[in-house]
Design a protein around this ligand. Structure first.
Ligand SMILES: *Cc1c(COP(=O)(O)O)cnc(C)c1O
Length: 416
């Protein structure tokens, strides 16, 4: 039976991931557990590859969405590059064997150490977000006797119509350089001796469910590219960032990589530049779930609470963005009550769902929080001194623990 979530479906009343019953995995490794479908990730990668196959395109996986080394290994096997935002992510990416020549590095606050590490690794592009960053990068590159490849991140001032916390291309945002100020940055980059100016970058936001803002952004960028060309600046790459939305409700129909390609390729082609895309959520999001066990049930008059063993420290999105995640029992049951599904953390904001129609569950039963493969584990913390969850990768009828559950000793490691 379909759940609306691809590789997760019910068979004989049991929720499966690929060919394995989710509850079996949960019983073997305990809860909370993040379960990822390898096929789910590869299917999405292949959609991107196919959608952009007729145009020279580098697909750089946005590591922050799910940085587990085994997930990065899949990206590597599929020939993807990486979009990184920290030295820690660069370290992971190199460990996973991803080609540095397909690595792009964004972020408004790269430290000297991080800039140095990126230059030494020989990454494809620093996506530079300010004039000061450009100058410091030039001087650090000079000190180590190498050139740094640079794209300028511009802020096309388009509204991606998503949650304000994940809108990154509006004028008031801290990201990128405004369009009016951008030419100055390009001319400076062209002049600086240790900078190799290669491209233009933008990333307008995340969980974008309509491709028209991409079209608008790329049109503004193409205009700037042609203006720069007239001024003698020739680029090689146009990087349109990530941000494509995914399905959080079974009935959602987010745009696919094909829709994205259709919206932007005509304009990109006119520039003649090679394309870089940086998908994160749209590769890993729908391919993962978070499974938790019901600890207690509690009724306060009309109000029902289902208290489970996964909280905001495991999945921050509901608390941070008021995000909706679909929740279903691992044993199929029709919804029959309305309840708040909450975690054990001592915060009122610690919920997975509010006023949700759900089956009447018993203590010890399991729930699956859908579309938790991106910005799930990667935003997890040890708040309330809770060990972080175990992560599992399913491949057909087999599963592998790709990150062990933390222990109490792990939590205090490094403390005095
Ligand atoms: C976060 C981020 C991405 C990925 O965004 P998704 O919504 O996960 O696709 C891509 N590029 C940059 C610069 C980012 O900061």
């Amino acid at each position: 039976m379909e759940t609306g979530f691809g590789n997760f479906y019910y068979k004989d009343g049991q929720l499966y991931c690929e060919e394995l019953p989710v509850e079996e995995i949960a019983k073997q490794v305990g809860t909370p557990v993040y379960i990822y479908s390898k096929k789910g990730i590869k299917d999405k990668i292949n959609q991107y590859k196919d959608a952009f196959k007729d145009y020279p395109t580098i697909i750089s996986y946005a590591v922050k969405s799910n940085p587990n080394l085994s997930i990065l290994k899949i990206a590597k096997e599929e020939g993807l590059g990486a979009d990184i935002v920290s030295g820690g992510e660069l370290y992971r990416v190199l460990k996973a064997g991803i080609d540095p020549n397909k690595v792009v590095y964004a972020g408004v606050g790269k430290t000297d150490r991080e800039l140095k590490e990126g230059i030494e690794a020989g990454i494809l592009s620093f996506n530079v977000e300010s004039i000061m960053e450009l100058e410091i990068l030039n001087s650090i590159a000079g000190q180590i006797g190498k050139k740094a490849n640079v794209s300028i991140r511009v802020n096309p001032d388009v509204n991606p119509k998503t949650h304000p916390y994940i809108s990154t291309g509006l004028k008031k945002s801290k990201f990128g350089i405004d369009m009016e100020d951008a030419p100055e940055a390009f001319h400076l980059a062209e002049k600086l001796p240790n900078i190799n100016l290669i491209g233009i970058h933008s990333h307008i936001g995340s969980q974008i469910t309509d491709v028209s803002p991409y079209k608008e952004a790329v049109e503004k960028i193409a205009e700037l590219v042609s203006k720069l060309e007239k001024e003698g600046i020739k680029l090689q790459y146009i990087d349109v960032g990530g941000g494509l939305g995914i399905k959080y409700k079974p009935e959602d129909t987010p745009p696919t990589p094909y829709h994205l390609a259709e919206a932007i390729l005509p304009t990109v082609k006119q520039t003649g530049l090679k394309l870089i895309v940086e998908p994160g959520r749209s590769l890993t999001g729908e391919a993962g779930i978070l499974v938790a066990q019901v600890i207690f049930l509690k009724d306060k008059g009309e109000k029902h609470f289902i208290i489970v063993d996964a909280g905001m420290n495991d999945l921050l999105r509901p608390a941070m963005y008021q995000a909706y995640h679909h929740i279903i029992p691992t044993k199929h049951k029709q919804p029959s009550i309305k309840a708040d599904i909450v975690g054990p953390i001592c915060e009122t904001g610690d919920f997975l769902a509010l006023d949700r129609e759900i089956a009447n569950l018993n203590r010890g039963e399991y729930i699956a929080v859908m579309s938790a493969g991106a910005y799930g584990f990667s935003m997890a913390s040890n708040y309330n001194s809770r060990p972080r969850a175990v992560e599992v990768l399913v491949d057909g009828d087999r599963f592998t623990v790709i990150r062990k559950r933390e222990t109490y000793e792990d939590i205090i490691k490094g403390e005095v």
